[in-house]
Design a binder for this molecule. Sequence first.
Ligand SMILES: Cc1ncc(COP(=O)(O)O)c(C=O)c1O
Length: 416
Amino acid sequence: MPSPGPAAFPIDAVRDRFPALRRASPFIYLDNAAGAQAPRIVLDAVAGHLLDFNVQRGGRYARSVEVDRVIDRARRQVATFLGADNPEEVAFGMNATSFMRLVSLAIGQTLTAPRDEIVVTDLDHHANISTWLDLARTGAEIRWWRMREDHRLHVEDLIPLLSERTRLVACTVVSHALGSRVDVAAVARAAHGVGAEVFLDCVHYSPHAPIDVKAWDCDYLVCSGYKAFAPHMGFLWGKFAALSALPTFREEFIPDAPPHKIEAGTFIFENVAGMAAAVDYLEALGADLDPAADTPRARVLAAMGGVEAYEQHLSRRMLSALAAAGATVYGVTNPNGVHLRVPTFTFNLPGVEPATVAQAMADAQIGIRDGHMYAPRLMDRLGLAMATGAARASLVHYNTSEEIDRFGETLRRLSA
Ligand SMILES: Cc1ncc(COP(=O)(O)O)c(C=O)c1O
């Protein structure tokens, strides 16, 4: 279905909600895959928490009781963001990588001889590969699901790798380097068909389109708040039964029940308050886009549906800017295929080092990134050296066509 035109998206009102954008002007943020900006409502929530409730949870005095209330509300807001029914399925922590390690260490303890295979992909961020590869030391067999020459993972290639020996499939929802989307609902159907579980890296996908853990029917999913308009923090969602069964490390007086069995030690409460406010921001955007959206989840869906449609326009414009400069783009390059990707573009200019491209952009007040994107397997597949890698420009819904035009002009000057 064609997406509505970019005029339908309230880009000026969106940008007004992000103070960092005006403050940095004329600097252009095109490194959002490494971390996005936060709206005013998030900044206020973090500052408000530090001003009024900067104490430990679990006390009897009002400020401490309030910290527990803030965390409970954040669980509800994140559950709304994910389409989950049970907020107790949401655990907070430092980042996505530490949750990947926590779950993989736990899964490692449950591997038994007939079900000892883990499937990983060569498209993923290395955080969601290396932690599973480490299980090979304790007896796991690793199976590789490889992307095709079109730079996409095809579920048809996963199916022959699955059997009654498969314990878990670990894969991304979208590539943080190439922007290619994965049909994760089909992954879960295939994996569950042989009795295996699915662990999804949703870090890069989360700012771009609706998440629906029930429709996807995944077992575990991890996100980083700082990629989704919140401060630095991470969260893990898992089916209640799956989390309940995980052997996690915890002090013996902590009940063996989610979410507390997953949350060892203290996490950063003010940033959790900020994550809840990031979902509030999305709800407000959803209410603007669809005044008929009358539940928190309906508003989040309206927001993320609008973001997804607007970003498809950004993707088409980026593809044309990159093509005009003669860039080699990795991932989906057909302008009619933008629904198969998010606006994250890894590319190279023939004869120009990626570092030179990123430096020229920096000199022109445009922030992009160069390097291996924490994806050594992917670099290898693309025939790129780890030391130099490629350049990456990554957009979110507060970026504009005009910013893409400035990026395109700088790129064309470089390639000339
Ligand atoms: C797709 C993906 N997975 C995992 C990570 C690691 O996330 P964190 O920094 O929260 O550990 C990143 C970070 O860039 C990422 O892009």
